[in-house]
Design a protein around this ligand. Structure first.
Ligand SMILES: NC(=O)c1ccc[n+]([C@@H]2O[C@H](COP(=O)([O-])OP(=O)(O)OC[C@H]3O[C@@H](n4cnc5c(N)ncnc54)[C@H](O)[C@@H]3O)[C@@H](O)[C@H]2O)c1
Ligand SMILES: [Zn+2]
Length: 377
């Protein structure tokens, strides 16, 4: 499968997507980074799978003659690990990782390899953005969310007690290497949580892709490798096209926030116990309903999105564990930072976002927001 190219202000990078491609990681890193000292950063859960992926993948076994040297034979100067989980995507972990690199005397000839989910990618990318004023890095995403979303676009950073991703940078990777085989070891809930971002990509940009996900929901749920590879590839193409057009989020990139404003409110209200992808599923349903009520999208779009998310095993109701008044409170609180109004990027149809003369978001009245959020209960 051909690599996807992402262009940005100072260059471009390739996203390689193929089952078994981890076996070619050394060559791909060499091509993108040259002869640099590599530092592998990962979390403690992914570290446990590392040998399995690199020495016992079905592809590695099938490679026959090459099997003796199969596996990532990365010559790393250091392999740094931190405890898995969003709660460790902090400045504290950033300090630890940076200090470990400094104490080993690693110079500007260093490059970082981020192996893991979105937490590793954001954190290791932020270390790369700031270490000695910036060193190159490679994204090697191992969750569905990281493959089709987080590893592309160059946004890196950490959370603070006041909110997610509040400290960070734009630092595009030198290369992204996504091996769908790694997704086979993901826990179900983590795996499914990534699917809502793919539904979002279809909704915002490609009706045919949305239809393909509908037709292939069962295959995707059973992690059929061909279906998964196509899914990651098409989603990356869509995200790449949007971020290439608008690297720093001045306009069109706002469409990638579809479902996310309400998702954010839900995540805050649930104190981040709700996985991001599940919050996005709920946010997409609520925001589609708002688009219907504002007359921006045809009736029925919310139902179609809901049916697909349900078929993919994602939640479409918040249940009683997330108090909806708190969701609204969190969103209205956020409003203070955006000129006193909540603006949403809303669909015009499946595959196309509402565009009011180049403005990709519209202000939404508080009572409509309240109804849509209450409708999730
Ligand atoms: N930078 C961006 O543009 C962007 C976009 C979307 C999300 N994000 C960020 O991504 C993060 C969420 O990423 P995530 O959902 O990948 O979470 P995550 O990185 O926490 O991974 C989820 C869990 O899966 C484990 N894991 C990872 N790969 C595995 C594998 N192949 N097999 C078994 N277990 C594996 C991890 O150790 C972790 O416990 C959030 O912090 C979010 O803010 C960033
Ligand atoms: Zn998201």
């Amino acid at each position: 499968m051909p690599a996807v190219t992402v262009r940005h202000a100072t260059g471009q990078y390739q996203v390689h997507i193929e089952p078994g491609i981890l076996l070619s990681l050394p060559e791909l890193l060499g091509g993108a980074l040259g002869r640099r000292k590599l530092v592998l950063i990962t979390d403690d859960i992914v570290a446990r799978y590392y040998d399995e992926w690199t020495h016992a993948t079905p592809n590695a076994r099938a490679l026959g003659a090459r099997s003796s040297d199969a596996g990532i034979r990365l010559r790393c100067e250091a392999r740094l690990t931190f405890p898995a989980g969003e709660e460790h995507k902090t400045r504290g972990t950033w300090v630890q990782l940076s200090d470990q690199m400094l104490s080993q005397g690693l110079d500007r000839q260093t490059a970082i390899v981020a192996l893991g989910g979105g937490v590793v990618g954001d954190l290791a990318g932020f270390v790369a953005a700031t270490y000695l004023r910036g060193v190159p890095y490679a994204q090697v995403p191992t969750t569905l969310l990281a493959m089709l979303d987080a590893s592309v676009g160059g946004k890196v950073g950490v959370d603070t007690s006041l909110g997610k991703n509040l400290i960070g940078a734009f630092h595009p990777p030198a290369v992204v290497v996504a091996d769908p085989l790694t997704l086979l070891t993901l826990p179900d809930r983590v795996y499914r949580s990534g699917l809502s971002e793919a539904v979002k990509h279809g909704l915002i940009a490609d009706a045919a892709y949305f239809g393909w996900i509908e037709l292939n929901a069962r295959k995707l749920l059973s992690r059929d490798l061909d279906a998964l590879t196509h899914l990651v590839h098409r989603s990356v193409e869509i995200k790449a096209a949007v971020v290439t057009a608008d690297e720093r989020e001045s306009g069109q990139r706002a469409i990638l926030n579809a479902g996310h404003t309400i998702a954010h409110g839900l995540e805050l209200a649930a104190q981040f116990r709700l996985p991001h992808g599940e919050a996005v599923a709920l946010g997409l349903v609520a925001e589609c309903r708002i688009a219907e009520r504002m007359g921006l999208a045809p009736e029925g779009i919310g139902g179609r999105v809901l049916d697909l998310l349900r078929a993919l095993g994602l939640p479409t109701r918040a249940g009683t564990s997330i108090p909806t008044p708190r969701v609204l409170e969190a969103m209205l609180h956020d409003k203070k930072n955006s000129d006193g109004e909540v603006r949403l990027a809303l669909p015009a149809a499946v595959g196309r976002m509402h565009d009011a003369a180049g403005r990709w978001t519209v202000p939404v009245p508080d009572d409509l927001l309240a109804d849509a959020v209450a409708g999730l209960a």
